[in-house]
Design a protein around this ligand. Structure first.
Ligand SMILES: NC(=O)c1ccc[n+]([C@@H]2O[C@H](COP(=O)([O-])OP(=O)(O)OC[C@H]3O[C@@H](n4cnc5c(N)ncnc54)[C@H](OP(=O)(O)O)[C@@H]3O)[C@@H](O)[C@H]2O)c1
Length: 288
């Protein structure tokens, strides 16, 4: 299916380049600024469209790769053109297709959200990573089979999710990426309080963090768990909690430690974690 892009930014460049390398006919780009659309067209050996209507007419599939807040305003422009039978997609993780394209049923077009579980930070190189990236899709059920076939034939790994799960799915991605950054930042600040420079702290954490993430990704969370919670070492956990300076840091440490206990129990069903559970609960009652 011939595929066009409205919004020549990081994701538009990346998907267009990937599709064109996989033999999908990329019609081209329209964007807010002429220069972005021209650059994207050059990068993907496709065309720049001055008129959005011409791009729409020549495309079977349209990706609205604009910032989340611009998706519905751009959709309001797109729906002014004849779009019956066309596949209209956005790439936001936070919005469902139905929410982003209000009134699409009346136009005869089919709505989809196609979200890459990946941070696209460079418009020119990220396409090389796309074979490893996982995409989720939700939207018009009647034509989902055809859309899946198109995306899979184009070389994407895609999983269908229920629209009602879209927000939870996006929150899950944030937990694994953004919130981990919050935890690492907390650890770096604590090391700085121990006399490390920021640079030395980053260097010191690198093998620990890399090894941990690689272990979890290979063997799963329970098999990778080590440390005082796994050992049921209530005294050490208590000392850790008492050395933290703020109620929010103590609450964070305590709640995450509590989250680890079922994993520790799965690994050591013979051990009692009751004293540790009681300690954590008493801290949480104080801090929350
Ligand atoms: N980047 C990521 O890591 C990532 C990951 C997953 C999903 N997504 C999703 O992908 C979508 C696009 O994100 P992005 O990172 O590619 O954003 P981006 O790099 O900021 O690019 C968005 C492009 O949209 C164009 N644009 C803005 N308003 C427009 C309008 N009213 N009409 C036409 N074009 C307009 C801008 O074009 P001009 O240059 O012409 O002004 C800009 O280049 C978003 O829904 C985002 O949530 C992004």
């Amino acid at each position: 299916m011939k595929t066009g892009f409205i919004g020549a930014g990081k994701v538009g460049f990346t998907l267009g380049k990937f599709f064109s390398e996989k033999g999908v006919k990329v019609t081209g780009y329209s964007s807010r600024n002429t220069s972005s659309a021209k650059e994207a067209a050059q990068f993907t050996s496709s065309r720049y469209f001055h008129e959005m209507g011409d791009l729409i007419q020549e495309s079977d599939v349209l990706f609205l790769t604009v910032p989340d807040a611009a998706i519905t305003p751009v959709w309001d422009q797109v729906r002014q053109y004849p779009i019956r039978g066309k596949y209209i997609c956005h790439c936001s993780g936070a919005r469902s297709a139905e929410d982003a394209f209000p009134g699409i049923q009346q136009t005869g077009a089919y709505e989809y959200s196609v979200h890459p579980l990946f941070a696209v930070s460079d418009a020119y190189t990220a396409y090389q990573k796309i074979p490893d990236v996982f995409f989720t899709i939700e939207g018009n059920t009647a034509h989902l089979g055809k859309m899946m076939e198109f995306l899979k034939n184009a070389g994407l790994q895609v999983q269908v999710i229920d629209p009602s799960c879209k927000t939870k799915y996006h929150a899950a991605a944030s937990v694994a990426s953004n919130l981990v950054i919050g935890l690492l930042d907390m650890s770096l600040s604590m090391l700085e309080e121990c006399g490390f420079s920021r640079e030395a702290a980053l260097g010191a954490l690198t093998p620990l963090v890399r090894g941990n993430v690689e272990h979890v990704l290979t063997d799963g969370p329970a098999a990778s768990l080590t440390g005082p919670v796994e050992r049921g070492d209530t005294e050490t956990v208590c000392k850790h909690l008492n050395c933290l300076d703020t109620p929010s840091d103590r609450a964070l440490y305590s709640l995450l430690s509590e989250r680890l206990i079922p994993l520790a129990k799965a690994k050591h069903p013979e051990r009692s974690y009751r004293p540790l559970e009681e300690l954590l609960r008493s801290f949480e009652q104080e801090e929350l």
